[in-house]
Design a protein around this ligand. Structure first.
Ligand SMILES: Cc1cc2nc3c(=O)[nH]c(=O)nc-3n(C[C@H](O)[C@H](O)[C@H](O)COP(=O)(O)O)c2cc1C
Length: 190
């Protein structure tokens, strides 16, 4: 099992990075191969909407670091996408990445859908300052639905709330819950 973590926060030592790394740690302990990418280390520009990816079989025309991620995703069995909540939504870095997935995945209802691309496992993890993990529930449910329409097998949407009171690494409860999330993903125990 190959699992890739994506960190969509500009803070490399922040709550999202810590959370994604803990999930991967749990997966690794169960024998999964893991790797992680921090979007802020990469040069990934927004989708141009040129439809080159759909009108040819040569993928995305933009020659930036997303090309590295396309290859990585192709080889992965499961993805973990971690984002801080910014203004009630995923970060801009996460949104740019998500839009660029259009070159690799298409919704089932679209004319571009390819069956063989369907079914990659995905965990979404959000960290937020506000302690109420249900505050943005509508948005999290909507985002889950959006990834499911892209034919991802969304195993979990985990919201790590209350970061304004205590950073993730100081939360004892999170050490075990994040690791067990990763271990469940590796062992396909969802
Ligand atoms: C620009 C910005 C917008 C934010 N918007 C929200 C928000 O709408 N709701 C919330 O609960 N926290 C919000 N936060 C707090 C972050 O979600 C929270 O601190 C998160 O854990 C940061 O993750 P990081 O440490 O990985 O960067 C915001 C932070 C920033 C910098």
């Amino acid at each position: 099992m190959k699992i890739i973590g994506f960190i969509a926060s500009p803070r490399k030592e922040g709550n999202t990075a810590w959370t994604v790394h803990k999930i991967l740690e749990g997966a690794k302990e169960q024998g999964a191969k893991t790797e992680s990418w921090c979007f802020n280390d990469l040069d990934i520009i927004p989708c141009r909407g040129c439809f080159y990816c759909k009108n040819s079989d040569r993928g995305c025309v933009i020659n930036d670091d997303m090309q590295i991620l396309y290859d990585a995703i192709e080889c992965a069995d499961a993805l973990v996408l971690g984002s801080p909540v910014y203004m009630g939504q995923m970060s801009a870095q996460a949104k740019i990445f998500t839009d660029r997935l259009f070159a690799q995945f298409s919704p089932r209802f679209s004319p571009y859908f390819k069956e063989e691309k369907a079914g990659k496992k995905l965990i979404l993890v959000f960290t937020q300052g506000n302690p109420d993990s249900n505050l943005f529930r509508l948005y999290f449910d909507y985002t889950k639905k959006m990834f499911e329409l892209l034919e991802f097998d969304v195993k979990e949407v985990y919201v790590v709330a209350g970061m304004r009171n205590k950073p993730a690494h100081e939360r004892e409860d999170l050490h075990s819950s994040m690791k067990s999330l990763g271990s469940s993903l590796a062992l396909e125990q969802f």
